[in-house]
Design a binder for this molecule. Sequence first.
Ligand code: THU
Length: 135
Amino acid sequence: MTLHQDLLDEAAEALKSAYAPYSQLYVGAALRSVSGRIYSGCNVENGSFSIGNCAERNAIAAAVRAEGAAFALTAIAICATDRASQALPIPPCGACRQMIREFGANAEVLFMGAEGQLVQTQIDELLPHGFSLPV
Ligand code: THU
């Protein structure tokens, strides 16, 4: 497995743009498209809490906007800090796992685990038996 240091760096850069006044959890995600291009996103919260969005899904939205419906991803890295810029563990939430899987059935996923270690795994490890529409 490749260590996607460029994605980890870009995710760390993206979290600096996060709008997270409510949780004060600043999240960045960066993904590599099959095209080789990198797209990133940050979390964007809202006073109407449920309409906020995660960094991973915002990165995917940016990629779809740039590359269109044929976009697919090979890897995604996620980073988070608190407001003191202390790195925090951030496994992707369930909704983001579902969204990652739809655009990258074999995607590698990198994030900080509960003990502060780098976790590098596959989306089907994180989301076994994931949903897709029956054809
Ligand atoms: N968040 C993400 O950006 N990605 C995840 O996978 C989990 C949670 C954000 C959403 C919200 O702005 C903050 O973290 C606290 O839940």
